[in-house]
Design a protein around this ligand. Structure first.
Ligand code: ZN
Length: 464
């Protein structure tokens, strides 16, 4: 009976929510966020082990048994530590993994307006390196673990928190998630995972446009191209020139578009985005959903790098290097082409397509490392039901939209080993991107607190 009342109260809390969220945070959340942001975890001058230790201390102080909290430091990387902690549930369901990276992109103090490793609250924003990416989510997750423990919430599954190093460096020998998968897989084995990568978009006036749920990432694969030649004196050139061979191949690539293809996640994205985009863009989004897609609409949308990346695999030249003297014929010409492959497409086929487009077997094509294949997670009712309900209670009228990420996060490693991973943060970002990876990174104070509120409710809903 008591339990029934508690459950009803919890359900009321969960689903009525507060339509208007406040700008005040639980003091614990604020303190954890500040501590995490003020520990420099950049590759150039920082230390993720310190941050992992600090969060381990917070979790122990919050009542989680020390035996369930581990700081895992890879051999040879004393400043590349990770944290894994477990909050135990009944075991009725397989665990839920809560993932956030604690490393940050380097920040040069002299280029910033404020100290990047000090949490500064100013004009409704938090400023700091990592204020958004990804320490806002990391702090929210640590706080949620502690609050669930302190409130003695009954969970039907274990919650696993993983805070990782070197998400921002591709590739890195100290990628925390890769290290955990290879060496401590039993600690992070889960039915599915929540990670960064999603998030809401604000318009220029700060009004929420949509709430994005990242349901998949494109696959990252780089190729090295090379043409060699006997060379000789540049006073007696021939048409057989390494630079010309390579340049002509790259010029053909510039003209080439990989085939248009919609996945379930991108189809859903364009269907819903058509509702808040306006004018020609909205009409074009509807027109490409037809079978066959309208060619003119497709061409117009393809002009937008953002939309184009959602509709097809892309390969682009990113580096070029050739020749050895101003007065010699080039003996070698090299280029790098970086591809972002739609999930589900065979990476080997991409290399074959490149060879076909270059149409010159003098251009050798060598993959740079093996792609980490990552199938998109299914948009199940178990996930999307609570996401939609909680989102609607916090941000009434703001659509929830599944997105495919053209970039890469730690999520691809988990998807690769069969742990479906969703990018769900509940944090809304400014129209200009909020300085993430750049200067003066910031997040709205309200977005930070609302994001925690959203994740807190979502984790509760998914674990009982
Ligand atoms: Zn990140």
């Amino acid at each position: 009976m008591i339990r029934t009342i508690a459950m009803l109260a919890a359900a009321a809390f969960l689903f009525t929510g507060t339509a208007v969220a406040q700008d005040t945070a639980p003091p614990l959340l604020r303190a954890i966020y500040q501590e995490l942001v003020e520990i420099d975890t950049s590759d150039a001058s920082g230390d993720t082990t310190r941050a992992a230790e600090a969060m381990a201390a917070r979790l122990r102080a919050g009542g989680i048994p020390a035996a369930d909290i581990q700081v895992l430091v890879p051999p040879g990387g004393p400043k590349k530590g990770n944290l894994v902690a477990r909050l135990r549930g009944s075991g009725e369901k397989k665990p839920l993994l809560l993932l956030a990276h604690i490393d940050v992109v380097n920040a040069k103090r002299e280029d910033w307006q404020r100290d990047p490793f000090k949490l500064i609250e100013e004009d409704g924003y938090f400023y700091a390196r990592g204020a958004a990416d990804d320490k806002a989510m990391a702090a929210a997750l640590v706080t949620i673990m502690i609050e669930l423990k302190q409130q003695n919430v009954r969970l039907n599954r274990d919650l696993i928190l993983a805070l990782t190093a070197d998400e921002e460096i591709i590739p890195s020998p100290f990628s925390g998630i890769d290290y955990l998968i290879r060496n401590h897989r039993n600690l992070i084995e889960a039915e599915f995972a929540l990670n960064e990568g999603g998030g809401g978009q604000l318009d220029k006036a700060g009004k929420p446009l949509y709430h994005g749920i990242q349901a998949g990432e494109k696959v990252f694969q780089t190729y090295r191209l090379e043409v060699t030649n006997a060379g000789g004196h540049s006073a007696r050139p021939s048409k057989d020139n390494a630079i010309y061979h390579l340049a002509a191949g790259l010029a053909r690539l510039a003209q080439y578009d990989f085939p248009f293809k919609l996945l379930p996640v991108t189809r859903a994205y364009f269907e819903r985005a058509a509702n808040f985009e306006s004018g020609q863009t909205s009409a074009d989004m509807q027109a490409i959903l037809q079978n066959p897609p309208d060619a003119a609409a497709l061409a117009r949308l393809s002009d937008s790098p953002r939309f184009n990346a959602l509709m097809r695999t892309t390969c682009v030249a990113t580096m070029l290097d050739a020749g050895h003297a101003t007065n010699a014929l080039p003996q070698r010409a090299r280029a790098v082409v970086n591809c972002r492959v739609l999930p589900g497409e065979a990476v080997d086929e991409v290399q074959k397509t490149l060879a076909r487009v270059f149409a010159n077997d003098r251009i050798s094509i060598t993959p740079d490392g093996a792609a980490v294949l990552s199938p998109p997670p299914p948009l199940t009712q178990e996930i999307m039901g609570p996401v939609n309900e909680i989102s609607a209670s916090l941000w009434p009228g703001v659509p929830v939209i599944p997105t495919l990420s053209a970039g890469a996060t730690d999520g691809r490693f988990l998807a690769n080993i069969g742990i479906p991973t969703y990018g769900i943060t509940g944090q809304f970002r400014d129209a200009d991107g909020g300085g993430v990876h750049g200067l003066n990174e910031r997040i709205r104070v309200k977005s930070f607190y609302d994001g925690h509120r959203f994740l807190d409710r979502l984790v509760r809903a998914l674990a009982r």
